[in-house]
Design a protein around this ligand. Structure first.
Ligand code: DGY
Length: 324
């Protein structure tokens, strides 16, 4: 059985696949153009995919040999899940192992924005340390403030727990379902979307992205948020309208923004949002720790191996395939 992996991943996952007797194929060079990538996919039985290559109806039509895909990500917004399920192709993903790392980045962004860390760091790099000034570049403290979590799953829970423990923040959330564990352990309160945006001092997105939520956080949302609120997005850039976010920041409808994901991605270096002292942007590094990336390699390999043994993938984004 041939498994195509489009980019090097931590060795632990490759070793697992090889020890399971699978033929692992890597491309001969990095950054494959789409046609070459497709050729590799066409020759594979299973794919372990790094990044956001699109797996849509077109892809499945052109790669009839592909029988399983293990994503090297928790998110699966680049996959047409309905189409994959219709074709009986399981799509594996990597939840849990990156929840700590990703929520750490949300927490880091929250603090960076609250204390204007990247703006102040830039001043130092520019040789502009400046005199002690009682009124300049003041941040805000987070103690006792309200964290609003949009999408309280595993990553949202970790973020909420950190905020509760570090700053005794009050936790409110909006989700498809109630999260009983968060209500019990963190005293989290379920609120409507309107209440979430109106009451949050820090609003942090941790939901799975679905196309009908594109630009959900737009001008009409930002204008209802508190003027001293901080917007954090570590989920998917598609959730926010970046021009509206910029306008909301410069017109002081909100106080600051921390983004690990941008819209579009990657962000242009000329995007005016990067000039703002109230913003911190990172290049989608949520899961970029040794621990999380090793964990993702292991989980992705486990998904492929389970598939080759005719077993259910332990982490599957479309478990319905097993009932077809
Ligand atoms: C994920 O795992 O979904 C990360 O955002 C990387 O794509």
């Amino acid at each position: 059985m041939k498994v195509f992996i489009n980019k090097r991943i931590p060795e632990i996952g490759v070793k697992m696949l090889e020890e399971a007797g699978l033929e692992v194929i890597f491309p001969t060079h990095d950054n494959l153009p789409p046609e070459e990538w497709l050729k590799y996919c066409q020759n594979a039985d299973a794919i372990l995919n790094v990044g956001h290559n699109k797996f849509d109806r077109d892809f499945f039509g052109q790669c009839p040999n592909v029988k399983a895909i293990a994503l090297y990500s928790v998110g699966f917004d680049h996959v047409d899940i309905k189409e994959a399920s219709q074709k009986n192709i399981p799509i594996g993903n990597t939840p849990d192992v990156l929840s700590r790392a990703t929520s750490d980045v949300a927490f880091l962004l929250m603090q960076s924005v609250a204390r204007r860390a990247s703006f102040n760091f830039q001043k130092v790099k520019d040789g502009n340390w400046g005199d002690f000034d009682p009124l300049h570049a003041l941040g805000q403290e987070l103690y006792g403030k309200t964290l609003g979590v949009f999408g309280l799953g595993r990553i949202g829970f970790e973020m909420a727990e950190k905020c509760k423990k570090a700053f005794d923040m009050k936790i409110i959330y909006h989700n498809r379902h109630h999260n009983e564990e968060a209500e019990k352990e963190l005293n989290a309160t379920y609120v409507s979307f309107e209440e979430l945006i109106e009451q949050s001092d820090v609003l942090s997105i941790h939901a799975n992205f679905v196309p009908d939520q594109k630009d959900l956080f737009n001008a009409s949302v930002f204008e209802k948020m508190k003027p001293d609120s901080i917007f954090i997005n570590t989920a998917r850039g598609g959730f926010h309208d970046q021009k509206d976010l910029y306008e909301a920041l410069i017109s002081k409808q909100i106080w600051g923004a921390g983004l690990d994901v941008t819209n579009p991605e990657p962000i242009s270096k000329d995007d005016p949002i990067l000039e703002l002292s109230s913003v911190c942007v990172l290049p989608h590094i949520g899961s970029a720790t040794i621990e999380a990336r090793n964990g993702m390699a292991k989980v992705a390999a486990e998904n492929i191996i389970a598939f080759t043994k005719g077993e259910k993938m332990p982490n599957c984004a479309n478990p319905e395939v097993y009932n077809i």
